[in-house]
Design a protein around this ligand. Structure first.
Ligand code: SAH
Length: 348
């Protein structure tokens, strides 16, 4: 695999052009073109420079292999092809306030959560900063967006992969995606979701990037959590909560807990009461979602009524909470489901 040009910041592109003896406005042209979602071969450059770039860098590190459009709610699901042939997926959800794209940070995942399709075959490899960014640039272009009128306004790092298991590249991505003159999405419009890798959370706090820190909690005590999330054997809920508090102190940003309702596992009224006890008084919000049942997994989704009751108990207990609408369920909306079925040949 060749190198990836969008791994470089505008400044790094400028240095590269200087080293190559090119005039400095070439870096601006390349930066703008890449941010518009163009491949190297489409950039308006002299042929010799384009050829030189193409010898060292991938022409198009991320391309859209397939697009699926939900008939239910306009949600679009994308299957991306990387230059080494690996596939990753992403979703674009349309809301009143803008469009949110869900991006992947790794091919596969090694966290082993029992309800998740992304981790079924383990981790294949990390994505580079430019590959994470590339997913957004392609979709913005495909949806008719420009750098002034963006078709993608918000980002969630909730596709396949554990962002804090690929932290250097994710930090590089966060710098790249908010760069001025580029797609310029501010950290405030970005949510980073983690299964709770405490050392990575600590680094995020140290960096002080004011994004929406989201933790996949899914249980109210460590033992129950470990049944569905192996990571709970490494880090305790208490440590996670402490780190969230530090993040809040540093950034002033309220944090979010994802809680996926699984029947017979974590969705009884008693669980809701325990969740209240755990989170009461903290500057946080709880996002409930009913499990998207995965074919290869035996866990059962909670019923709508069960979910509504859980939500009411939390709210009565003074916890800010919402029940997320499941979007695009007709197109395999949940994590890793599209790639899994694609690789099984269901779409061929
Ligand atoms: N690794 C990160 C981000 C990717 S998963 C994390 O764990 O947070 C994004 C969210 O989808 C997480 O909250 C994850 O627990 C949840 N999720 C995964 N599979 C799901 C499924 N089948 N149904 C509902 N939510 C799921």
């Amino acid at each position: 695999m060749k190198k990836i040009l969008s791994d470089l910041s505008h400044e790094e592109l400028s240095s590269l052009m200087e080293v190559w003896g090119e005039r400095s406005f070439r870096a601006d042209q390349i930066f703008t073109g890449l941010m518009q979602g163009k491949r190297i071969s489409e950039l308006p450059l002299p042929a010799a420079l384009r050829e030189r770039l193409l010898q060292e860098y991938e022409d198009a590190p991320v391309t859209i292999a397939e697009t699926f459009c939900s008939q239910e709610d306009g949600t679009k699901k994308f299957l991306f092809r990387l230059s080494d042939g690996n596939l990753i997926e992403g979703v674009l959800m349309k809301y009143k306030y803008g469009n949110t794209q869900c991006v992947s940070t790794q091919v596969g995942c090694r966290m082993g959560c029992k309800f998740c399709a992304s981790t079924l075959n383990g981790l294949v490899r990390n994505l580079s900063a430019g590959e994470i960014l590339g997913q957004i640039l392609c979709v913005n272009r495909a949806e008719g967006g420009t750098l002034k009128e963006r078709a993608v306004t918000n980002v969630v790092l909730m596709g396949s992969g554990e962002p804090l298991d690929n932290l250097d590249n994710v930090l590089g991505f966060l710098r790249r995606v908010s760069e001025e003159g580029g797609i310029a999405i501010s950290p405030r419009n970005i949510s980073l979701s983690t299964c709770g890798l405490v050392p990575g959370m600590r680094r995020l706090t140290e960096e002080g990037i004011p994004l929406n820190l989201t933790v996949s909690l899914h249980a109210t005590d460590d033992r129950e959590r470990a049944r569905i999330m192996p990571v709970a054997n490494r880090y305790r809920i208490e440590e996670i909560l402490e780190e969230c508090a530090r993040y809040f102190k540093r950034t002033g940003r309220r944090y979010i807990f994802e809680y996926c309702l699984i029947s017979g596992e974590n969705s009884d009224p008693a669980h809701a009461e325990r969740l209240i006890a755990l989170l009461k008084g903290r500057p946080c919000h709880v996002n409930l979602i009913r499990l998207n049942a995965v074919e290869e997994r035996t866990l059962q989704t909670a019923r709508e009524r069960e979910a509504q009751r859980f939500l009411e108990i939390l709210r009565r207990g003074g916890i800010s909470a919402t029940l997320r609408r499941s979007m695009g369920s007709d197109i395999g909306g949940a994590c890793g489901q599209l790639r899994a079925s694609y690789e099984k040949g269901e779409f061929h």
